[in-house]
Design a binder for this molecule. Structure first.
Ligand code: ADP
Length: 378
């Protein structure tokens, strides 16, 4: 039952109890009270008559039958007294009911106040029991949801700090080790050594760059200049930049985009960045002699882009995890290639911010992968 109905019913209950008590009182108590008063008056009259030998003259001064005014007075007294008792009973009833209703409303609010103070002090595991099915129950439910998302955010923050520390540690340790080896003369100061140190420093630079980009994307600080672009134009933006690397690694790159496809509403550079990331991954995780294909086709009110490769493929479990930040399937392999595991997280944000979705499919390890994303039509 909703709170509004409960409060309304409690008011009605108080009114009903008041009416009931008054009706009982005027039906049963008041007549008896009146009869009792009349009896007492008659007794007084009798005593007066007997003791002083006066006849009942009915003149209101102790002689004769009671006058109409005296009867009216007794009736009013009897009624007033009964109503006084009835009023007292109704007040007690309304006090009991309103105290109960107020307690039912204020108790969960007090509990919530102390729970929110505990959350403010960092106890994010705080949850409230929900017994009510009214607006108060809804409020407690929302409170628990808020606590849940605060707890998740806090866990993510802690995880991110731990991940960043871990990611920074590896190249730094390598650089430190190299420098110490050079100082001690254990490692030779030749171009190969300098190249290794340079590689590690470059990895750090890329990691910091990716983190900056990630925080800008997650903080919604990136502005999108969304204009009408044909799918072919977007894909060309990326393939023009990556074609030499595909040729170097001897991986064939084919583009299968019908020229009749309508344009999508997208930011050329940001979408190009996503395509470069997906094509770059396809290039990286496909052995030499393999094949990569970029295609697009209309689906509902959007265009679905697909980057298909004949590479190492992904397991069912990895298909969702790869979009989490810092997740890499083969840590050592992608580490040597410089991957930070943030690329797909950023890519998904960039696509979702433009009203699309990004996901991956694969038939399994060694079976290649397909990365899909959609963009709304212009
Ligand atoms: P990274 O910089 O490590 O490539 P990404 O976020 O781009 O980071 O990718 C996360 C992980 O997803 C990669 O480390 C890799 O294991 C896996 N992955 C991405 N693309 C592919 C692909 N085309 N084929 C197989 N695995 C892939």
């Amino acid at each position: 039952m909703r709170l509004r109905t409960k409060i309304l019913l409690s008011y009605l209950a108080v009114v009903m109890i008041g009416l009931l008590v008054i009706s009982v009182s005027t039906t049963f108590v008041a007549p008896r009270n009146f009869a009792h008063r009349m009896e007492m008056m008659m007794d007084d009259e009798g005593e007066t008559e007997h003791g002083q030998g006066r006849g009942m003259m009915g003149n209101g001064s102790g002689y004769g039958p009671p006058t109409e005014a005296e009867i009216n007075q007794r009736f009013r007294d009897a009624l007033n007294e009964s109503l006084l008792w009835a009023g007292a009973a109704a007040i007690v009833a309304s006090l009991v009911i309103s105290t109960f209703v107020t307690w039912r409303i204020t108790r969960p609010i007090k509990v919530m106040v102390s729970a929110s103070q505990r959350i403010a002090n960092g106890h994010y595991e705080e949850r409230l029991p929900i017994q009510q099915r009214d607006e108060i129950g809804d409020l407690l439910h929302s409170f628990n949801q808020m606590a849940e998302s605060l707890q998740q955010t806090e866990a993510m923050r802690q995880q991110l700090t731990a991940d960043v520390a871990h990611e920074l540690k590896t190249p730094l340790t390598t650089i430190m080790g190299m420098m110490e080896g050079l100082e001690d003369g254990v490692i030779e100061a030749n171009p190969a050594t300098f190249h290794l140190v340079h590689q590690e420093a470059d990895r750090l630079r890329r990691l910091v760059q990716d983190l900056q980009e990630l925080s800008r994307v997650e903080g919604g600080q990136i502005t999108f200049n969304r204009l009408a672009h044909t799918p072919a134009e977007l894909v060309k933006f990326a393939t023009d930049r990556l074609a030499p690397q595909f040729a170097d690694k001897d991986i064939s790159l084919s583009i299968n985009i019908p020229p009749t496809l309508p344009p999508v509403r997208a930011d050329l550079e940001r979408t190009g960045q996503v395509l470069i990331n997906l094509l770059g991954n396809a290039l990286q995780y496909t052995p030499s002699g393999g094949h990569v294909e970029a295609s697009a086709q209309p689906i509902d009110q959007s265009i679905r882009f697909a980057i298909r490769d004949s590479g190492v493929g992904l397991t069912e479990a990895d298909l969702t995890k790869i979009f989490q930040r810092f997740y890499r399937v083969d840590k050592s392999r992608s580490r040597t290639s410089g991957g930070s595991g943030i690329g797909l997280t950023i890519a998904r944000h960039l696509i979702e911010s433009q009203g699309g979705t990004l996901w991956a499919e694969s038939a399994g390890l060694g079976m290649g992968s397909i990365f899909y994303f959609t963009l709304p039509l212009a």
